[in-house]
Unconditional design. Structure first.
Ligand SMILES: Nc1ncnc2c1ncn2[C@@H]1O[C@H](COP(=O)(O)OP(=O)(O)OP(=O)(O)O)[C@@H](O)[C@H]1O
Length: 272
């Protein structure tokens, strides 16, 4: 990573690292990203790179633009906000009009804050999108169900009740089912918007363990308000403030010796 500090009289000190692409594989990057809700510019100069097979946490006070940024990464803001700038995935700008958004979302999956399983069985939750895409072979579907549930660390708990309603699961299990549903599409990148905020500490810890295992196969970008969680699981952390990324660095540096004073105030609990 090479350091780029940009300080000017009218801007707070920023500390944004850029990866050395010779030694770090970049899964996704944003370039000059700006997001507008009507006339309100909610995100400005969002320039970040995300390393493959790492967990990157997006932190910052409420309203700082984390979800706006995350949702832009797989075009969830389409029809809600105007997104300017580039989002590079492989050799594509996925913010371009030429992109097949549904196909792109197969590669860049999303899990939301509140578990949102379909009112269907556990099995059908995982196979629904696959069947829509033409996967019909029962053996293949069974395999994907098992693999996805294993990766989401819930196979042993539910393997005998795959045809029960997903709505009968606990909140933590529902969230892991949503992770399994996203994984079943074999994405490269998983976006998670506060996936544990509605869960108790035990379920939260299970989700964290699951994410740590998943990063062997997926690049993970997670919004969280929980500083301990960000410190525990993320490799890199981006601190958002008033619609701007003020600091982006290795998580251990952000949480032990941040370079920007406002980051320090936030992680010390002085505001937010
Ligand atoms: N659908 C929307 N329509 C209009 N403005 C929005 C919309 N969603 C977010 N905003 C505005 O964009 C700004 C950034 O909001 P965003 O939800 O991205 O922040 P956040 O850091 O994720 O906050 P939180 O932690 O509370 O979820 C805020 O000023 C918010 O009011």
């Amino acid at each position: 990573m090479s350091e780029k500090i940009n300080a000017s009289a009218d801007a707070p000190l920023r500390n944004i690292y850029h990866f050395d692409e010779a030694t770090h594989e970049i899964a996704l990057s944003t370039h000059n990203l700006h997001v507008f809700y009507g006339d309100n510019e909610a995100l400005t100069e969002g320039d970040l790179q995300f390393e493959r097979y790492k967990i990157t946490a997006l932190i910052g006070a409420s309203g700082s633009g984390k979800s706006t940024f995350l949702r832009s990464l797989n075009r969830m803001n389409d029809g809600i906000a105007r997104v300017e700038g580039e989002i590079r995935y492989r050799d594509l700008d996925i913010n371009s009009n030429q992109i097949d958004v549904y196909e792109m979302r197969r590669h860049i999956g999303m899990v939301f804050q509140r578990p949102n399983p379909f009112a269907k069985s556990i099995y059908d939750n995982i196979t629904f999108a696959l069947k829509q895409r033409g996967v019909r072979n029962k053996q293949r579907l069974d395999e994907i169900v098992e693999t996805s549930l294993r990766q989401a660390a819930m196979w042993d708990q539910v393997k005998d009740e795959l045809h029960q309603s997903a709505l009968a699961l606990s909140g933590g299990q529902q969230q892991r089912l949503c992770i399994a549903r996203a994984i079943a599409m074999e994405p490269d990148i998983l976006l998670l918007d506060e996936p544990a905020s509605a869960l108790d500490p035990v379920a939260t810890s299970q989700i964290e363990d699951t994410l740590l295992q998943l990063k062997e196969k997926y690049t993970i970008i997670i919004v969280t308000h929980n500083m301990q969680q960000a410190a525990r699981i993320s490799d890199y952390t981006a601190f958002f403030h008033l619609g701007k990324v003020l600091e982006y660095d290795e998580a251990r540096k952000i949480f032990t010796r941040p370079k920007v004073a406002i980051t320090n105030d936030y992680i010390s609990g002085n505001f937010g």
